[in-house]
Structures are given as structure tokens and as C-alpha cells.
Design a protein around this ligand. Structure first.
Ligand SMILES: [Zn+2]
Length: 301
């Protein structure tokens, strides 16, 4: 199947290129360019997994992003959504989980180039040094950052966000005690480790089934500025600016291009969670077939 996609995606991408160009131009003229927020996980040249990207491909992806987009902070993403204006294509870069391998190349390189980045870590793994269950399930035991190393990155300007306490799937969780620990206590503990405010939360796995309305309520009550999902949707000006939708990135540059340059299938977001319907603003709706886009086929962790 993956092999088939490798053949079909270039055909689809270049076949829809004129529509993408037209759509991008029209959105820019109207000041409602969608803002892409991408999520990486592990940048390393060994022990490849579906959530690992090689350093060379990562470098090429970031260089392509720099040429095509304004690279902005998460606070700026929210400001543009709130003010309902986005005249230039823009992207924000995030990471999930907190793999120590990212400290070798990706993070120093991004900091050196002053590229804004939000780095989400899970508190229990940070405190105990244990590997993630999704890695152990495939026989990998990737190390996570040491608290002191993460503190140094935070002091160097990296925005650290919270990726829950234990990286459990919060979608089916309604027990307030668990949500409080995973969302509120996790923030307190991470702030103590970093000695800095933690402003953003990212749901583990980030697909629609991993979100729920009670959990969003707890993210707001805990004082976070935003809650991030990762089911592959755009952020349109005028949309809810508290819920930041992210697009999973992997080790294939063409897929990143396809995701970020106005994929016609992503022009509306029909995902709802906990009875709360998420819809595009009227301003962002444009006549391009009106297809409803479901959850992304790209998985995040
Ligand atoms: Zn994760």
C-alpha cells in the first residue's frame, strides 16, 4: 500500500498543482491563508521508524519551508487566527515526545538559525528516563532527554510544551482525577523542572479519537494558551484559535509539500469531538469541490 502511495502521490500532487496555485493566490488576496503547524518526532540517522526522519531529509524539509513560508511562533499563529488575517503562507514547527536524539542535530540547528519551534515532552518519561510504550512495542528503546539538558534548551530559547504526564491516550478518559494529573499536574511539574512557564499542551497521538471535550476543558482550566491536535488539518483565520491543528511530518519531503501547499482534500475540517463541532469560518470557505476531509491517514504519536 505504501509502495502504491509512493507512485500515486506525485501524480496527485503535480496533477492538482494548478488548482493549488490558484487556491493559494486567492487565499492570500483575501487574507485568509491557512496556517500549517507541522509536527516532527525523532530526527536521527539510525534505527528508522515511521516517526523518524533522517538529518539530511529534515534539513531539506526545513530549507524548503524557509523558502516557501514565513516561519512563525505559536503565539503568532494564534494572533493571526484571532485577528482573522493571514496574508502570507506561514508555518510553525513542533516536535512531540522529547527524544534525546533531537539534541544532537535538530534542536541546536533550529536554535542556531532562530527558527521558532515548540517542543512537547511527556513528564513521566522525562522524570524516569523510561522509553515510550509505542517504541518498546516495536523493539526500540530510544532515550529521552535528561531534565538538565531540556532546561538548557529552554534557556537557549526553545519553547517547551507539555505532552501530558504519561503519554496515555486521553480520548476515552473522562475521570477528572486522571485528566487533572495528565494535564494540570503535568504542567506544574514541567514548570518546576524547567523553571519557566509552560504555555502549550499537545494531545498524545492527536487523532480525533484521542481528543475529548472534558480534556479540552481541563487544558483551558490548567491555564494553557493552546491545545494541539495532530490529525492533519489546516488552521484558518477566524477558526477557534485555542485548538491548534497540526500536520504530521515524516521522512518524505513530497508528502510535506503535498500537505502544506493547499491539499484540496483538506479545505474543510468536519471533525467533531465530544459533541463540539469544529467548522471553518465563512471567510475561509471557497468553492473547490466542497469535499469534507476526515481524519488524516498520516498517524502521529
Ligand atoms: Zn506523542
Amino acid at each position: 500500500m505504501d509502495c502504491l502511495k509512493r507512485w500515486l502521490l506525485p501524480l496527485y500532487y503535480y496533477g492538482t498543482w494548478p488548482i493549488r496555485l490558484w487556491y493559494g493566490h486567492r487565499l492570500a488576496c483575501r487574507g485568509c491563508c491557512p496556517i500549517g503547524v507541522v509536527v516532527f518526532h525523532r530526527i536521527a540517522d539510525d534505527k528508522a521508524t515511521p516517526w523518524t526522519c533522517s538529518t539530511e531529509v529534515f534539513r531539506r524539509q526545513i530549507q524548503w519551508l524557509r523558502r516557501r513560508f514565513e516561519l512563525i511562533s505559536l503565539a503568532e499563529v494564534q494572533r493571526r487566527l484571532r485577528h482573522k488575517q493571514s496574508f502570507r503562507p506561514a508555518v510553525h514547527i513542533t516536535f512531540d515526545d522529547g527524544y534525546a536524539d533531537n539534541g544532537r542535530f535538530a534542536l541546536p540547528w533550529l536554535l542556531e538559525q532562530k527558527i521558532p519551534c515548540t517542543y512537547f515532552v511527556s513528564v513521566e518519561q522525562l522524570q524516569t528516563g523510561s522509553s515510550f510504550p509505542h517504541d518498546r512495542a516495536i523493539g526500540r528503546f530510544f532515550p529521552v532527554h535528561q531534565p538538565e539538558e531540556l532546561r538548557q534548551f529552554a534557556q537557549a530559547g526553545l519553547e517547551i510544551g507539555c505532552h501530558s504526564y504519561s503519554h496515555r491516550d486521553l480520548g476515552p478518559v473522562t475521570d477528572p482525577a486522571i485528566l487533572k494529573k495528565e494535564i494540570l499536574h503535568a504542567r506544574w511539574e514541567l514548570e518546576q523542572i524547567l523553571d519557566k512557564p509552560v504555555r502549550y499542551f499537545a494531545f498524545p497521538f492527536g487523532q480525533p479519537e484521542n481528543l475529548n471535550q472534558q480534556a479540552f476543558w481541563w487544558v483551558q482550566q490548567a491555564g494553557y494558551d493552546a491545545a494541539c491536535s495532530a490529525y492533519g488539518a489546516y488552521n484558518f483565520p477566524g477558526q477557534d484559535w485555542f485548538h491548534i491543528r497540526r500536520i504530521p511530518a515524516d521522512g518524505w519531503l513530497l508528502r510535506l509539500k503535498h500537505h502544506l501547499l493547499f491539499d484540496p482534500r483538506r479545505l474543510s475540517d468536519s471533525v467533531s469531538y465530544g459533541g463540539l463541532k469544529l467548522e471553518l469560518s465563512e471567510q475561509a470557505k471557497l468553492p473547490l469541490g466542497g469535499q469534507l476531509h476526515g481524519p488524516s491517514s498520516a498517524k502521529s504519536i
